[in-house]
Design a protein around this ligand. Structure first.
Ligand SMILES: [Zn+2]
Ligand SMILES: [Zn+2]
Length: 187
């Protein structure tokens, strides 16, 4: 049995949440955790009842979509709305936070930021995190970590590819199949 770690579990939760994103530019998810319990979650999307980017296109000003509230902010605001303390909490984000979200994370008293992907990492963001004593840790995440049978599936596909190769097919179609398999299992 493959028991996943807490980091993997909470990071998976953020990636699951990012699938709820309504902005076509980037799908981000954030999970706030205290004492190994999820206390809030968010994804980047419009205000409640507002138009969605996926239906009406992004509202872009200065190369930023201004329609959406970022995932981290949504998670923090969920705590504000329901009166849940964020002091000493941790946040798991799919992408390195922007400067605005980083400042909110700091002010909310969140102590640790785990992020899966680098994204336009601003040096000033890191400077502020350091100044505030916030720990920042990179936790790489692969989509297939959500699938407990991904290893078996990859093995099966590799076996099938070998079978196809042995039984004969054109070099071109074999290389296309191999490329597709590689894409599927490396994302
Ligand atoms: Zn948008
Ligand atoms: Zn942000």
């Amino acid at each position: 049995m493959n028991r996943i770690s807490w980091n993997e579990y909470f990071m998976a939760q953020s990636h699951l949440l990012s699938l709820r994103s309504t902005c076509t530019r980037l799908a981000v998810g954030a999970t706030i955790v205290r004492d190994k319990r999820v206390i809030a979650g968010g994804y980047n999307g419009s205000i409640t009842g507002g138009d969605h980017c996926i239906d009406h296109g992004c509202y872009v000003i200065d190369n930023h979509c201004v329609r959406t509230i970022h995932a981290e902010m949504n998670a923090v605001l969920q705590c504000a709305k329901f009166g849940v303390p964020t002091e000493g909490a941790e946040i798991y984000v799919t992408h390195f936070p922007c400067l605005q979200c980083a400042k909110s994370i700091i002010q909310a008293g969140i102590q640790t930021v785990y992020y899966a992907q680098n994204y336009k990492n601003h040096p000033y963001t890191m400077e502020l995190f350091n100044l505030a004593g916030v720990t920042v840790q990179h936790v790489p995440f692969q989509q297939n970590q959500l699938d407990p049978q991904s290893v078996q599936k990859e093995e099966l596909v590799n076996e099938l590819l070998l079978e196809v190769e042995t039984n004969g097919t054109s070099d071109e179609s074999l290389s296309t199949l191999k490329k597709r398999a590689l894409q599927l299992f490396s994302s």
